[in-house]
Design a protein around this ligand. Structure first.
Ligand code: SF4
Length: 75
């Protein structure tokens, strides 16, 4: 059963998104004007945010609570 959405990362866009708590792991791709969440599991790769339900969601284990990957696109 999926956990209910909640604001766990108010420092990030779409704070209620499940992606912030997912072990997928998602990657944050920042552009000068936006942040996109790249998912290695879903077919669309950049799911529409905020993701509130996801069949591939797996909660991040407590011991893996480090911040998710971030990367910037090449300019
Ligand atoms: S599997 Fe679903 S919840 Fe997890 S990062 Fe991908 S889109 Fe987000």
């Amino acid at each position: 059963m999926e956990e209910p959405p909640r604001a766990v990362r108010p420092d990030l866009p779409f704070p209620t998104s499940l992606c912030h708590r997912c072990a997928a792991p998602p990657t944050y791709v920042r552009t000068p004007r936006s942040v996109f969440i790249l998912c290695p599991l879903v077919p669309e790769r950049y799911p529409r945010q905020p993701v509130l339900e996801c069949r591939w969601f797996r909660p991040t284990p407590p011991s893996e609570g480090s911040p998710p990957d971030e990367r910037r696109p090449r300019t």
